[in-house]
Design a binder for this molecule. Structure first.
Ligand code: HPA
Length: 241
């Protein structure tokens, strides 16, 4: 999504390290800035770099930026990621709209509930906004991008899956697996924000191909398709909010 910020009219950027309580990203390829500005006259706050549980942060730290966004008045959270497909019909470079998720990470809402943020037992049945998903599909079609829709399973990582684990994820109903997104989505939904999510397929698990999945492969896959995702998000923002 490197070029996404280029389409943004940035009025201010704040380094994570100068924001109290903000964690710092440790992953190669992830920056650490909060960008403020507009896109198609819509007010945007954009995270350049996000936090992952596998980096050693608590789930509260991983979701802290979403709480900050809520406090700033953000109404819609748009999340993107790279993931490995377990749906054999998918291909490297495909874009998948997230229609649902399976959470295999610790739940970020564990602990005392702050009623100012949301209820103790929030519903998760309609998290991924149907209207936005339909709009994104229409946009993709309009600009000639093949789009998938599927279920994202969030795991802790940082190790990639064994063949048995990939097969297990397929069995339980997932289309793609990744190590992010689900915590932020749960926190956003808890506090009443709308959510739209998309995933770049950076690698595809196939039983007949047992080559190792590497971080380099993931970065390559993202480089191929990141701009497609960025185009969709840009148009979605212009048409939606
Ligand atoms: N598994 C988990 N996370 C990932 C993968 C994968 O295959 N690809 C990109 N992120």
């Amino acid at each position: 999504m490197g070029n996404f910020a280029e389409g943004m009219n940035i009025s201010r950027s704040i380094e994570y390290k100068s924001i109290p309580n903000f964690p710092l990203s440790t992953v190669k390829g992830h920056k650490g800035e909060l960008l403020f500005g507009t896109m198609a006259d819509k007010q945007i706050v954009c995270m350049q770099g996000r936090f992952h549980y596998y980096e050693g942060y608590s789930m509260q730290q991983v979701t802290f930026p979403v709480r900050v966004m809520k406090a700033l008045g953000v109404k819609l959270l748009i999340v993107t990621n790279a993931s490995g497909a377990v749906n054999p019909n998918f291909e490297v470079g495909d874009i998948m709209i997230i229609k649902d998720h399976i959470n295999l990470l610790p739940n970020p809402l564990i602990g005392p509930n702050d009623e100012r943020l949301g209820v103790r037992f929030p519903s998760m049945t309609t998290i991924y906004d149907k209207t936005l998903r339909d709009k994104a599909k229409a946009i993709a079609q309009e600009i000639g991008i093949t789009i998938r829709e599927g279920v994202y399973v969030g795991t802790t990582g940082p190790s990639f899956e064994t063949p048995a684990e990939y097969k297990y994820f397929r069995t339980i109903g997932a289309d793609a697996v990744g190590m992010s997104t689900v915590p932020e989505v749960i926190a956003a939904s808890h506090s009443g924000m709308k959510v739209f999510g998309m995933s770049v397929i950076s690698n595809v698990f196939r039983e007949d191909n047992t080559t190792d999945c590497t971080h380099e492969e993931v970065l390559e896959g993202v480089a191929k398709a990141g701009n497609k995702m960025s185009n969709i998000v840009t148009r979605l923002i212009a048409q939606t909010l």
